[in-house]
Design a protein. Structure first.
Length: 116
C-alpha cells in the first residue's frame, strides 16, 4: 500500500489549502480513508474520515471549515481546508483504514503552516 500526500504549504490565517492523497496497492473504493494531523508536541489526531460508502465525519475543531471528499476513479482522497487558523498548523497525514477505524497504512505527511 502506498499513499502519497501533497498540497501542504504556508498560508496566512483565513486562507485555504487543498490536500490530496493518491493511493496505490489497494482497492481504493473499498477502503475507508482519513486525514490526521500532528502538531509539534501533540498526539496525532483524526481530522476527517470518509468511508467506502461516503459517510463522512469531522473533528469538532474543523467542522464547517474542512471538507473531505474522494474520487474513486482517481484513487484519491482530498481535504479542502478553508478559514485556516494558526492552530491548524501541523503535519497532515492521510490514512487508509479498516472499517473499525484502525489505520492500516499511512502516507508520508505534508506540512501545513498557518501564519497569524
Amino acid at each position: 500500500v502506498q499513499l502519497q500526500a501533497s498540497g501542504g504549504g504556508l498560508v496566512q490565517a483565513g486562507g485555504s489549502l487543498r490536500l490530496s492523497c493518491a493511493a496505490s496497492g489497494i482497492i481504493f473504493s473499498r477502503n475507508d480513508m482519513a486525514w490526521y494531523r500532528q502538531a509539534p508536541g501533540k498526539q496525532r489526531e483524526a481530522v476527517a474520515r470518509i468511508t467506502s460508502g461516503s459517510i463522512i465525519g469531522y473533528a469538532d475543531s474543523v467542522k464547517g471549515r474542512f471538507t473531505i471528499s474522494r474520487d474513486n476513479a482517481k484513487n484519491t482522497v482530498y481535504l479542502q481546508m478553508n478559514s485556516l487558523k494558526p492552530e491548524d498548523t501541523a503535519v497532515y497525514y492521510c490514512a487508509a483504514e479498516f472499517s473499525s477505524g484502525t489505520p492500516r497504512a499511512w502516507g508520508q505527511g505534508t506540512q501545513v503552516t498557518v501564519s497569524s
